[in-house]
Design a protein around this ligand. Structure first.
Ligand code: 5GP
Ligand code: ZN
Length: 113
């Protein structure tokens, strides 16, 4: 989608440090990491957020979590990691293209802010 940062990253029109890519999903380092491991896992298809997820795209959510599991193992953060999907402005969503944060490599507090 025109003007969408994550679509541009998926189309390689914007640089990123890609850690995984397949036909449906791309994962790359967050440019403003909040933990030693902070990776964004993103469907290549432009879906605004979870509220805009259609039933035909449900499979993508499982796939994204499988990718998260693989990266968590690769980065050796099995001791503790978190997958976060901010939905809506009050939850801190700042990019309107569905994405999941994979965070780990340090103790993560609960509840989150
Ligand atoms: P949100 O706040 O929407 O849940 O998360 C958006 C995330 O995208 C933020 O953690 C922010 O640092 C990251 N981000 C925004 N623009 C870019 C970019 O151009 N490249 C990368 N790698 N990360 C970005
Ligand atoms: Zn997009």
């Amino acid at each position: 989608m025109d003007g969408c940062i994550f679509c541009k990253i998926a189309e390689k029109k914007l640089d990123s440090q890609i850690v995984h890519e397949d036909s449906e999903v791309i994962a790359f380092e967050d440019m403003n990491p909040q933990a030693p491991v902070h990776i964004l896992i993103v469907p290549k298809k432009h879906i605004i957020d979870l509220l805009h997820l259609s039933s035909t795209d449900e499979g993508l959510i499982g796939k994204i979590h499988s990718v998260a599991k693989r990266i968590a193992k690769e980065r050796k953060i099995e001791k503790g990691f978190r997958i976060i999907c901010n939905c809506g402005e009050e939850a801190g969503e700042s990019v309107g293209h569905l994405h999941f944060h994979l965070l780990g490599g340090r103790r993560l507090e609960w509840p989150p802010g």
